[in-house]
Design a protein around this ligand. Structure first.
Ligand code: NDP
Ligand code: 2IT
Length: 456
C-alpha cells in the first residue's frame, strides 16, 4: 500500500465527526492539528500504515464517574467527574483538572488531546491527560469545596499514581483544591508520593509552579518578538482572564516594560489606560483568588479604569494580545479587529482560546501567533520539574527554577521553528507558522515512540 492509498484529510475528519457525535471542541482540536500532520506525513508511509494520528485521536481511555457530596444545608448533590487518559507513549499521563459548570466529556477530550502534543513539545517525558467535573466552585464554602474534592479523589485515586497519571490544576482548581485532593489521596493509599503537581511548598510543591504558565507565555512572546527584531518594552498588551495564567502573564509583561491595558472575567472586562502596575496586579490576585470577587470591582478601586459588562477586551487597540481565560474566547471577527488595530503578536495563555476562523485570520495576516500548546507549556513543564524533585526528594532553588523555565520556553520556541519555517534557514528572517511548527514537533516524538512499540 502507498501513502496515496490512504484516507485524505477530509475523509479523516468525516470519520472523527462520525465517531464523536456532540463533541464539537474535541473535533475542533483535532481539525486544528490534522491538516498540518497530513502535510507532514504525506510521503511518510509508516505513519499512515500504523494509523498513528487516528490512534492519537482516540483516547487510551475515558473514565467517567459519579461524585456525591453534601452541601452546607445537608442537601445531597451529584456531579459527574472524568479523567481522560489520552496517550502515555512518552511518559505517564499528565494534565490538569478543571472544575467548571461548562465541563463536558468533549471539553476534557479536547484538552487531553492538546496536552499530548504540548507535553511532547516540552522535551520532558510526559504523556497527555486531563480531568475534571461539572462542579461550580463559585459561591461554595471552603468546607463544601473540601467535601467535593475528597469525594472526587475517592474515585480518582484508583486511576492515578506518580508513575501512572499525575493531575494538576486548571480552571477552578488551584492550591486549595490540590491540597484537599492530595490529602485525600494520602489518606486512602497511605502513601506520600508525587501523585499531583501544583502542591503547596510544605508538602512537595515546587517554587515557580504558580507563576510558570503566565511567565512562560510571555517568554514565548519575547522569543517571537526577538526573532522579528523587536521587544516587549514600550508595547501595550490586552489580556483576557484574571486567574492564575492571566495575572502572571500581566506581571511578566509589566516586569519587561510592557503596558497591560485589560483583564477580564466571565462577566466582562476592565480597561485601565494607565496600565496595570505590580501593585494593581497584586490587588487583582488577592481580590480574585483569595476573596473570590468579580473583576468589575477593579474599576471602583482604580477610578481611571472602566468596566465593560458582557464584553471581551479584543476591541481595545494594542500591540500584543494574550487570551488567558478559556476556549473559543476569540472569534474570527475579533481577530480581524485586533489585526486592523495593529496587533503584531498573540500568545495563547489559555487552551484553544482562538477559534478555527480566528487562527486562520492570524495566519493570513502573518502576525506572530503562538498557539496554546506551545505558549502555555511552561506550566506543565514546571510540573514535570516538580515530579523530578519529588522522585529525587529534593527541592531546587527559585533562581535555578526561574532559569530552567526560561530555557524550557526557549527550547519549545526552537522546536516550533524547526518545523514552522517552511522555506530557508530557521535562523533567517522568514515567517514562522508556529501552529504548524508546534503541531508537527509535538506529533513527531509521540508518533516515533508509537512506531517503536508496534501495534499496542
Ligand atoms: P483560573 O481558574 O485561575 O482562571 C480562569 C479565568 O478565566 C477567570 O478569570 C475566569 O473568570 C475566566 N473564565 C473561565 N471560564 C470562562 C468562560 N467560560 N468565559 C469567560 N471567562 C472565563 O484558571 P487558569 O488561569 O489556571 O486557566 C486559564 C486558562 O489557561 C485555561 O484555558 C487553562 O486550561 C489554561 N492553562 C492553565 C494552566 C495552569 O497552569 N493553570 C496551564 C496551561 C493552560 P471567572 O472568575 O468569572 O470564572
Ligand atoms: O493545560 C495545562 O497544561 C495545565 N492545566 C497544566 C497541567 C499540568 O499538569 O501542570
Amino acid at each position: 500500500m502507498t501513502a496515496a492509498d490512504h484516507v485524505d484529510f477530509n475523509q479523516f475528519m468525516e470519520g472523527v465527526k462520525r465517531r464523536n457525535p456532540g463533541q464539537p471542541e474535541f473535533v475542533q482540536a483535532i481539525h486544528e492539528v490534522a491538516q498540518d500532520i497530513f502535510d507532514f506525513i504525506q510521503d511518510k508511509t509508516e505513519y499512515h500504515e500504523y494509523q498513528i494520528l487516528r490512534r492519537i485521536a482516540e483516547p487510551d481511555r475515558v473514565v467517567s464517574f459519579r461524585v456525591c457530596w453534601e452541601d452546607d444545608n445537608n442537601n445531597i448533590r451529584v456531579q459527574r467527574g472524568w479523567r481522560v487518559q489520552n496517550n502515555n507513549s512518552i511518559g505517564p499521563y499528565k494534565g490538569g483538572i478543571r472544575f467548571h459548570p461548562s465541563v463536558t466529556e468533549s471539553v476534557l477530550k479536547f484538552l487531553a488531546f492538546e496536552q499530548t502534543f504540548k507535553n511532547s513539545l516540552t522535551g520532558l517525558p510526559l504523556g497527555g491527560g486531563k480531568g475534571g467535573a461539572n462542579f461550580n466552585p463559585k459561591g461554595k464554602s471552603d468546607h463544601e469545596v473540601m467535601r467535593f474534592c475528597q469525594s472526587f479523589m475517592t474515585e480518582l485515586y484508583r486511576h492515578v499514581g506518580a508513575d501512572v497519571d499525575v493531575p494538576a490544576g486548571d480552571i477552578g482548581v488551584g492550591a486549595r483544591e490540590i491540597a484537599y485532593m492530595f490529602g485525600q489521596y494520602k489518606r486512602i493509599t497511605n502513601q506520600f508520593t508525587g501523585v499531583l503537581t501544583g502542591k503547596g511548598l510544605e508538602y512537595g510543591g515546587s517554587l515557580v509552579r504558580t507563576e510558570a504558565t503566565g511567565y512562560g507565555a510571555v517568554y514565548f512572546l519575547q522569543d517571537m518578538l526577538r526573532r522579528a527584531g523587536q521587544d516587549i518594552e514600550g508595547k501595550t498588551a490586552v489580556i483576557s482572564g484574571s486567574g492564575n495564567v492571566a495575572t502572571h502573564a500581566a506581571e511578566k509583561i509589566t516586569q519587561l516594560g510592557g503596558r497591560v491595558l485589560t483583564l477580564s472575567d466571565s462577566r466582562g472586562f476592565v480597561h485601565d489606560p494607565d496600565g496595570f502596575t505590580q501593585e494593581k496586579i497584586d490587588w487583582v490576585k488577592e481580590h480574585k483568588t483569595r476573596r473570590r470577587g468579580r473583576i468589575a470591582a477593579y474599576a471602583e478601586m482604580f477610578p481611571n479604569a472602566t468596566y465593560h459588562e458582557g464584553q471581551r477586551p479584543w476591541g481595545v487597540p494594542c500591540h500584543m494580545a494574550a487570551p488567558c481565560a478559556t476556549q473559543n474566547e476569540l472569534s474570527g471577527n475579533e481577530a480581524r479587529v485586533l489585526v486592523a488595530n495593529g496587533c503584531q503578536a498573540v500568545t495563547e495563555g489559555a487552551n484553544m482560546p482562538t477559534d478555527l476562523d480566528g487562527v486562520e485570520v492570524f495566519k493570513q495576516a502573518k502576525i506572530l501567533f503562538a498557539p496554546g500548546k506551545a505558549a502555555n507549556a511552561g506550566g506543565v513543564a514546571m510540573s514535570g520539574l516538580e515530579m523530578s524533585q519529588n522522585s529525587a526528594r529534593i527541592s531546587w532553588s527559585e533562581d535555578d527554577l526561574q532559569a530552567r523555565l526560561r530555557d524550557l520556553m526557549r527550547g519549545i520556541h526552537d522546536r516550533c521553528l524547526q518545523y514552522g519555517v517552511t522555506d530557508g534557514d530557521p535562523a533567517g528572517g522568514e515567517y514562522c507558522d508556529y501552529v504548524k511548527g508546534a503541531n508537527i514537533a509535538g506529533f513527531k516524538k509521540v508518533a516515533d515512540a508509537m512506531l517503536a512499540y508496534g501495534v499496542v
